[in-house]
Design a protein around this ligand. Structure first.
Ligand SMILES: [Mn+2]
Length: 335
């Protein structure tokens, strides 16, 4: 008897074998929009799983929370990853889901405290899985096996490109690699990530949440989502920023008097620099609006607020060194 080999034409590419990669931003439960985007990108549903004969999708994290079809979106993505037609990195929402649902050392408590704000973030996901508790546990364990970042060499051009949910911080990534070899985590990492000041908490926060700076003098502001914020999101590229307003990278403005203030030496020291000599990098996370375009020649954010009736956005990466405006592909998300 001879072993049956998979038919090469029906076998999706493995990592490093694809001719191209389709990086996809924050899905946040927009399962129907995801299917429309995959079809637009030329993926076909074969035996229940979306595949492309020569391309691989890379999900940039935050598939869960907020939207109407979280469970469907997760099944689509996990099936693709298990069949080799996609890769996925962790977003802050998947990471928070793991810690929110994992019991802590104290009886009755969880690694991520069940505060009203934390509960609100995950509420839609838990509601949609209310009748599928075992399935939800399986997804949580699957999340724990995903990496925080990827670095891939395009097989055609040899060009390296990178993916992380919010911020590529080389120093933190080097530290993580020294322990784990690559972007993966384990349960020790997850347990330590909730201890304030631990290396793991800094790694998790920086890579999946980016660089937040505190508002000066302990000021607070109410963001458009209703949350009270003590910090604001900043850029980690474009180093010409002199004021906080120029450094700001979030949909909500900060108070005018802060926006005009010169960046302090202390805050300057906390900034991360991703300069234009670095390989192309893909991120999600930042709730962009408008017409998708590169943020820098080597940087694209693919989160265009799909779940707020924006766009679900992909970038078709074919190993180019400079990202091109015409390689963004998207579907509009209708109310
Ligand atoms: Mn997100």
């Amino acid at each position: 008897m001879t072993a049956t080999l998979p038919n090469p034409s029906s076998h999706p590419p493995l990592q490093g074998e694809a001719n191209g990669y389709d990086l996809i931003g924050d899905v946040h439960g927009c399962g129907q929009s995801l299917e429309r985007l995959l079809l637009l990108l030329g993926y076909q549903k074969i035996a229940g799983v979306y595949r492309h004969h020569e391309r691989q999708a890379i999900f940039l994290g935050d598939v869960v929370d907020r939207g109407p079809r979280i469970r469907e979106a997760l099944h689509i993505v996990r099936d693709m990853v298990e069949q080799g037609s996609a890769l996925m990195i962790l977003g802050n929402h998947e990471f928070n889901a793991i810690t929110y649902c994992t019991p802590g050392p104290t009886a009755g408590e969880y690694l991520r405290p069940h505060t009203p704000a934390n509960a609100r973030q995950i509420n839609e996901t838990l509601t949609q899985f209310a009748h599928h508790p075992r399935e939800w546990q399986e997804f949580l364990h699957w999340f724990a096996g995903l990496p925080l970042f990827l670095e891939i060499r395009h097989p055609g051009t040899g060009q390296i490109f990178r993916a992380v949910h919010a911020c590529w911080d080389q120093q933190i990534i080097d530290q993580h690699r020294a322990i784990y070899g690559d972007g993966h985590i384990d349960w020790t990492f997850i347990n330590r990530s909730v201890q304030k000041g631990s290396a793991e908490s800094i790694t998790k926060q920086r890579l999946t949440g980016g660089v937040d700076l505190p508002l000066p003098q302990g000021e607070t502001m109410v963001a458009s989502d209703g949350y009270v914020r003590r910090a604001f999101r900043t850029k980690f590229w474009g180093h010409s920023a002199q004021t906080y307003g120029q450094l700001l990278f979030q949909p909500d403005p900060i108070p005018e008097h802060i926006a005009r203030t010169k960046i302090s030496a202390e805050h300057r020291a906390q900034m991360v620099h991703y300069d234009e000599s670095q390989p192309p990098l893909f991120i999600g996370h930042y709730w962009l609006k408008g017409h998708p375009r590169p943020l820098a020649p080597n940087l694209a954010c693919l989160d265009y607020s799909a779940v707020k009736f924006g766009r679900l956005v992909a970038y078709r990466m074919d190993g180019e060194a400079q990202l091109q405006p015409d390689k963004f592909v998207w579907v509009y998300v209708d109310p």
